[in-house]
Design a protein around this ligand. Structure first.
Ligand SMILES: Nc1ncnc2c1ncn2[C@@H]1O[C@H](COP(=O)(O)OP(=O)(O)O)[C@@H](O)[C@H]1O
Ligand SMILES: [Mg+2]
Length: 365
């Protein structure tokens, strides 16, 4: 998967610019607020996902325009393709001349992973962010997982309502069993998928983090269940989960909330055996978040045999030269876009292309 040519019009502060990136490392450097992140954001939108930093599409359009227009030539599925995106009242996608019915239709055509400072929350914040990371990553590989997850969440919400209703109507107590059965059914699949995914992911994050830290530090990721639900098969997980729900009834009836299950679980991230969230330095936390993102890309590569484009926003800051060099020179077998302020970080670039972003115009240097 490679971006060959990109034209950006009236997108944020970029009124008009074009780039012809190389297939390896592309460095976009420039002072603050010149439009570097905006450029990465414009590429990211071709995945069909929401922006990683704006919930409103209207914010993406240049203040002096009514629409933003993006056109990208890319190479995927062994052929040259073109995608066009107009952002106005809504989003309009055209893929190889064919208008897409919805944003969902473009998903999977252009694959990318994005790492930006907002993704540091993966390491720094609470479990919600990490569950979201896992759930989105798995859903991309297995769309059926997203359906299971939504059925699970609905079943948990129903049990929660019931827990409160039972306070007034004790005769409803027996109906708990129906919802717990559904919850356990979906939960067993979710837990199984998450365990499988983390198992694959850790293989890559291990290697990447070790490379980043020149072999001096060790990153360990694992599935951290708030209440242990174990089993070698889906059936065992199901039975175990059902039992846990049953055990938690007394407590859950008091709180009105389902206290066990994958909606409470977490992805544990440890560096040299210590939780990265509480003990990691800025640079270690950044390296850990970056390893997760690059690991995610490697799993996609392994699963779909497609190397997604890597978009790395501001990844160099707070990293020492060893770590910077690893990023610049060891992630060469796929196309990467890296933004940075300090062009001296680029001095160590052995291969690749340098682009300078100034006032929304990107030029080859
Ligand atoms: N819709 C918009 N129209 C015009 N300018 C915008 C819009 N949205 C953001 N900007 C401007 O873009 C600039 C930030 O660009 P950004 O890509 O984040 O900079 P950096 O080069 O530091 O990554 C800011 O000056 C901001 O005001
Ligand atoms: Mg930026």
């Amino acid at each position: 998967m490679n971006v060959k040519h990109l034209e950006v019009k009236n997108f944020r502060n970029i009124e008009r610019t074009t780039i012809d990136p190389c297939d390896g490392v592309n460095i976009i450097y420039g002072e603050n607020a010149q439009g570097k992140t905006n450029l990465l954001e414009s590429i990211w939108l071709f995945t069909g996902c929401r922006s990683f930093r704006s919930s409103k599409d209207s914010e993406l359009i240049n203040f002096n325009s009514k629409t933003a227009n993006l056109s990208m030539d890319f190479f995927a599925r062994d052929r040259d393709q073109n995608a066009y995106l107009e952002i106005g009242e809504g989003r309009k996608f055209i893929l190889n001349g064919v208008k897409m019915k919805s944003s969902n239709q473009i998903m999977g055509e252009f694959l990318a992973v994005i790492f930006s400072p907002v993704h540091l929350s993966l390491v720094k914040e609470g479990p919600y962010e990490r569950r979201r990371f896992l759930d989105i990553a798995i859903s991309q590989l297995k769309p059926k997982y997203a359906v299971t997850l939504s059925q699970y969440n609905k079943a948990v919400a129903q049990r929660n309502v019931l827990l409160k209703d039972i306070q007034l109507h004790s005769e409803l107590y027996d109906t708990l069993d129906i919802w717990e059965d559904r919850i356990a059914f979906f939960a067993s699949e979710i837990i199984r998928q998450r365990l499988g995914y983390i198992n694959k992911l850790s293989f890559y994050t291990d290697e990447i983090y070790s490379g980043l830290s020149s072999g001096k530090e060790k990153l360990d990721i694992s599935y951290n269940q708030q209440t242990l639900v174990v089993g070698d098969s889906k059936q065992e997980l199901y039975e175990n989960m059902k039992n846990q729900l049953y055990q938690s009834r007394k407590n859950d009836l008091i709180t009105g909330f389902t206290s066990v299950g994958p909606h409470r679980d977490d992805l544990s991230i440890k560096i040299d055996r210590l939780p990265a969230r509480t003990y990691g330095s800025q640079g270690q936390q950044r390296s850990a978040a970056l390893s997760l993102k690059l690991g995610e890309a490697a799993v996609i590569k392994n699963f779909c045999d497609v190397q997604p484009v890597a978009l790395l926003d501001d990844v160099m800051s707070e990293l020492d030269t060893g770590r910077q060099n690893y990023i610049l020179n060891h992630i060469r077998d796929w196309q990467v876009f890296i933004t940075c302020c300090d062009p001296t970080a680029v001095k160590n670039l052995k291969y690749g292309l340098k682009l300078e972003m100034k006032d929304g115009i990107c030029k080859k240097r």
